[in-house]
Design a protein around this ligand. Structure first.
Ligand code: 48H
Ligand code: FE2
Length: 258
């Protein structure tokens, strides 16, 4: 019995691991924008893996505002909220309150049920470049990084990579720092996010959601970070709409390369 418990897990995990070594789309970061993108891509038959370095995907959505576990969404994002079966309370003109724990767990559940492979405890530490295009990611166990162990990584090839790493825009920064590459941002570099301006930031989150280098897309807070736009605080409509937009944009890109 003991042997079978272990064998079931090891067999299943490595079957899953082999499946994600070569995918259509690799998503870096399991915050709301990355999770929602993985849900829509998987729902449309795309082979997608999401890497999250923490034990629990969800990023900044669990914590609500200053750990008050409610968040705000605006009416433009309600179709997504309803599709995910998340309860919402009307609060003010065009604004709704949702429970951050129900919202985050629903995103994880729907992404997984739709067929996205969610890999937690794994960090993306580099990208693969071939013919002036991002062609995959380089992964390692998150604790290996935390302990600063000198352990070489595993390579995952992907037609498309999504930087959904939030405020740090880690993948874009790695690409720029290690390769001196010019990105599709207002200055050609990772600019870094500006201070708080809720309305402006929610608008630019959607506009900044795009391909910033062949094969590398950005969504959510990373999209605002690379383009030097504002932050918006604990309102999440822009994150959800960004995840939806990037899934549609990537869907077109992947279908073109099939
Ligand atoms: C593996 C990684 C790596 C890596 C990071 O920050 P997130 O929640 O991402 P978004 O952009 O979908 O949502 C942003 C939102 O939560 C937020 O912070 C808002 C709206 N802030 C407004 C404000 O004013 O502060 O999640 C990113 C995830 C995290 O879980 C990281 O652990 C993970 O990405 N991550 N995972 N490899 N290299 N880098
Ligand atoms: Fe944040």
């Amino acid at each position: 019995m003991e042997y079978l418990v272990s064998k079931g897990i090891v067999d299943s995990y490595f079957e899953k691991f082999k499946k994600i070594l070569n995918v259509d789309v690799a998503i870096v970061g399991g915050g709301p924008s990355g999770l929602l993108a993985s849900y829509y891509l998987a729902k449309n038959g795309v082979n997608v893996v999401l890497f999250e370095r923490k034990l629990a995907p969800g990023g900044g959505m669990w914590g609500g505002a200053m750990m008050f576990n409610d968040i705000i969404v605006q009416h433009e994002a309600l179709p997504i909220v309803n599709e995910l079966g998340i309860n919402h309370k009307p609060y003010a003109e065009g604004l709704y309150v949702i429970d951050s724990l129900q919202a985050t767990s629903s995103l994880i559940y729907h992404a997984s049920k739709a067929g996205a492979t969610l890999m937690n405890c794994i960090s993306v530490e580099d990208v693969v470049i071939q013919d002036e295009k991002v062609n995959g990611v380089v992964i390692n166990w998150a604790p290996v990084h935390r302990e600063r162990m000198h352990v070489d990584p595993i390579i995952v090839t992907a037609k498309v990579v999504l930087d959904a790493t939030g405020h740090d825009c880690e993948v874009a920064r790695i690409l720029e720092r290690k390769n001196g590459i010019k990105l599709n941002t207002p200055t050609g570099s990772v600019i870094g996010e500006r201070s708080m301006s809720v309305y402006e930031a929610e608008k630019t989150t959607i506009e900044n959601t795009k391909e910033i280098y062949p094969g590398l897309f950005v969504s959510g807070m990373a999209a605002n970070g690379v383009s030097g736009s504002f932050r918006m605080g604990p309102i999440f409509g822009g994150m959800l709409l960004s995840g939806q937009k990037v899934a549609n944009t990537i869907l077109n890109a992947v279908n073109q390369t099939v």
